[in-house]
Design a protein around this ligand. Structure first.
Ligand SMILES: [Zn+2]
Length: 490
């Protein structure tokens, strides 16, 4: 026997139970790993289309198949943002703290986790909503183990920790402060010790205060504290927003601590993530893994996909703008994130005419057919080349168009004997565009029947166009012949 994917569907009880005998016929004829689109019906009677491979492969290790697409979207639609927050709050109250994402997945809440991403929110958003007071925020615990009153304080703490600068939580202002400010007392945010010195620096992080009525009072306190520290070399006042920038902190702290190397890398990724993000990157990375796992090919998607920009403006689900911001903050780019996830092969290269030709040459040596031919074969289920590889082929073809005037031209220039591509008439291009737009609408609401009908009808119109072209050719040839005849007789 071959690999499990080559077994016929009739030997897989899970798939067989949902096999649509009337629409597909004999389950002997299809393998478990087939990429042909076939029909299924679930135990609730939903009829839906899916490839056997996409139903069998993702959960094979757990001995399960992916669920009916209609059931899944119905269940996900039930997870509104309010419902998610109520459920998460209940669980937090039962357990004392909000458990991490894997706990929810293992305990029957995986549709809730998926729904969070699908409505464009992230796990951090859930956490922030639940711990809306920064004082109780779990994100404000820094590497040194102190729970700070704000995230900005935690970021500054990690910056100092990474450079081995001793620091502590803020103490009360001295009594002399009361005389200057007219306030009973005040609290510092932090203190740190200058390297190789016994001098301690007092820290105030400005901003990040509640707006509205509190603003005037806040300004008064800030002014009082600034006045109090006039001429004090061992006072460090820093804007809240500067604590989220590694380079700003380096610059602003230089007069106090100089330029110190990062010495406390204790975790695997510490050297690739800004030190101010050391306490939050693991969580962001965890849900980036989640987003990648939700993709058909398991590869973390592009920024355009996350932001739902062309060509993904019609894809299912909502945009993830806040996740994109967090990726920039923690990992600087999607390319870096993919490196961390071990998916660097899928990063965009610096394309040029030469690189396109190299890639095409390697592609042809490997597959013997152009990316376009492979893509068509993939759509028809006639190849076992993976989807991510088909996508890479599409990318090479797009770049060939951009840098070399098309795949055919590029291949000819490096010695391949390929037939010229048939020019699509502009009317057919427009038809194609319109059809794919309508098809996207149908796909968005899971209307597989309409989606299939659109494709079939577009094919029909292509056939009509071909027939008409042939007729036009014949008429032209006939006209030429009669012209010649007329000349000869004349
Ligand atoms: Zn169903």
């Amino acid at each position: 026997m071959g690999r499990p994917g080559q077994n016929p569907i009739s030997e897989c009880p899970l798939l067989l139970a949902e096999w649509h005998h009337e629409k597909n016929g004999d389950p002997h004829k299809y393998s478990v790993g087939s990429n042909k689109l076939v029909w299924w019906h679930c135990s609730l009677g939903h009829e839906f289309q899916a490839k056997p491979n996409t139903r069998s492969a993702p959960l094979a290790k757990q001995g399960r198949i992916t669920e009916c697409s209609v059931c899944r979207s119905t269940r996900q639609a039930e997870w509104t943002w309010e419902h998610i927050l109520t459920t998460a709050t209940q669980i937090k109250n039962q357990r004392g703290t909000l458990p991490p994402v894997p706990w929810f997945q293992k305990n029957g809440y995986s549709t809730m986790v998926n729904a969070i991403y699908n409505i464009g929110k992230t796990w951090l958003d859930v956490r922030q909503e639940i711990d809306s007071h920064e004082t109780s925020s779990l994100n404000a615990i820094s590497r040194i183990g102190i729970r700070w009153r704000s995230k900005a304080e935690a970021c500054l703490s990690d910056f100092l920790y990474a450079r081995d600068v001793e620091h502590s939580i803020g103490r009360r202002y001295p009594p002399s402060y009361a005389k200057v400010s007219g306030k009973k007392s005040g609290m510092y945010d932090m203190h740190f010790r200058k390297p190789n010195s016994n001098e301690w620096v007092d820290v105030e992080i400005w901003g990040g205060h509640p707006g509205g009525e509190g603003t005037v009072e806040y300004q008064r306190v800030r002014q009082a504290k600034t006045d109090f520290h006039k001429g004090n070399r061992n006072f460090f006042g820093v804007e809240h927003s500067d604590c989220y920038s590694e380079s700003r902190l380096e610059f602003l702290l230089k007069p106090y601590i100089g330029e110190l190397p990062v010495v406390k890398q204790g975790h695997e990724l510490d050297h690739t993530v800004p030190t101010i993000r050391w306490s939050t990157y693991q969580e962001v990375l965890d849900f980036c893994r989640q987003v990648a796992a939700l993709q058909k090919d398991g590869i973390f998607p592009s920024e355009k996909w996350l932001r739902k920009q062309a060509p993904y403006e019609n894809r299912m689900g909502d945009a993830y703008p806040s996740l994109m911001d967090k990726i920039y903050q923690h990992f600087e780019s999607i390319a870096n994130l993919r490196k961390i996830l071990g998916q660097q092969d899928h990063n965009r290269r610096n394309w040029s005419d030469d690189i396109v030709k190299q890639e095409l040459d390697a592609w042809m040596k490997r597959y013997g057919r152009t990316p376009g031919v492979i893509a068509t074969a993939f759509k028809n289920g006639d190849t076992n080349i993976s989807q991510s590889e088909v996508r890479r082929g599409n990318l090479i073809a797009t770049m060939a168009q951009k840098y070399c005037g098309g795949v055919t031209k590029a291949l000819r220039s490096i010695g391949y004997d390929v037939k010229p591509e048939r020019q699509k008439s502009s009317a057919l291009s427009m038809l194609h565009l319109a059809a794919s737009k309508i098809d996207n609408i149908a796909k968005n609401i899971n209307d597989v029947t309409t989606s299939r009908d659109i494709r079939l009808n577009v094919k029909k119109i292509y056939l009509y166009a071909n027939q008409l072209e042939r007729k036009v050719d014949e008429l032209n040839q006939a006209a030429e012949r009669s012209e010649k005849n007329a000349l000869q007789t004349a």
